[in-house]
Design a protein around this ligand. Structure first.
Ligand SMILES: [Zn+2]
Length: 123
């Protein structure tokens, strides 16, 4: 979604919220919503899993998304920068992403950002 054409036409709507709120977690262009939802609906056809596991996963994914966009860091700053919390895409990390856009792209963790050099300390 950060490929320049997609970002400008589709994903930039999500970044109208430079300061995130729980509502930001559901602020997307219709095309991006269709892409995201199609992945969610395809999972049961690709990965054999129990309906309760699917329900728990989707519920936790929504809650994690709302939490990540809450704009409120529940953990002390010194803890956020230390293992193991520094591996999670916590609200302070994702808030940095919304403010600066050019780093901290992770959805659930900071691992891929660390591997590809796009991880930025949130404070
Ligand atoms: Zn976001």
């Amino acid at each position: 979604m950060h490929w320049p054409l997609l970002y400008k036409k589709v994903h930039s709507i999500h970044y109208l919220s430079r300061q995130t709120t729980p509502l930001t977690s559901h602020s997307f262009h219709a095309v991006e919503t269709l892409v995201n939802m199609s992945v969610v609906f395809l999972i049961p056809f690709i990965i054999p899993l129990h309906i309760s596991a699917y329900a728990i996963f989707t519920t936790l994914a929504v809650l994690n998304n709302v939490y990540g966009h809450s704009g409120y860091e529940f953990w002390p700053k010194s803890w956020v920068l230390k293992f193991p919390l520094n591996l999670l895409n916590l609200p302070s990390v994702h808030s940095w992403h919304h403010e600066k856009v050019n780093g901290n792209f992770g959805l659930y963790t900071t691992i891929w950002d660390r591997l590809f050099g796009t991880y930025k300390k949130p404070f």
